[in-house]
Design a protein around this ligand. Sequence first.
Ligand code: C5P
Length: 243
Amino acid sequence: MTAQAPAQVALETARQRLIVALDVPDAAAALAAARALEGHVGMLKIGLELFVAEGPAVVRAIRERHPALEIFLDLKLHDIPNTMRGAIRSARELGARFLTVHAGSGAEHLRACVEEAAGALEILAVTVLTSQDAQACREAGHTRAPEELVAMRAACAREAGCAGVVCSGQEVARVHEVAPSLLKVVPGIRPAGAAADDQRRVMTPARAIASHASHLVIGRPIMQAADRQAAADAIVREIAGAL
Ligand code: C5P
């Protein structure tokens, strides 16, 4: 076996850090994207739109046809521990790597999730939704600023044994200080010059990686590109340059 050149290794490492958001309405669109992106990105994120429409079958179909692509189930679970445990038991068999749960319920809830995942899934805690600004946090009864809440919840996720957190690019450096060992999965990423769409506070891939993001979630800049493979490859090169 020939050793890979260092540049190839860097590109492969970068590829594993790129997660594409499959924000599509049905399995046909999801499978078409998976076909195009296999070998170009590391992971696909299945969120509520696709999961509610197609259920676990779409996860199984992608896993069967494209085993090299990892799956991030972004279901943002939030319920009593017993119900969370049941949902996680059901998700365990799907072959996904990441599953999101809300961090706001505290360490006991998160510990129950990690225990029930039993090593078959890596639990990511969603710290504070980026749609929640300071006023929304106050209205929800929080006395702390969003960035304080993010740091507290990241510490809680670390204590509970979560694999990582989802946070914005604005908070990822702070999360890294509080919990350097956690994976930090960051959405709201836009290559320089790309349309921000409805994202308000965007960050480039290179800057997010330099701020200690472990994985980047990118949707429209890849999914709506005329050439999805070329768009993904360009972002992978930018990530590799920042590693
Ligand atoms: O198309 P775009 O790159 O903006 O997609 C980002 C993805 O990340 C979407 O699936 C969106 O729901 C998700 N996300 C986000 N901000 C968060 C959490 C998740 O944009 N705070």
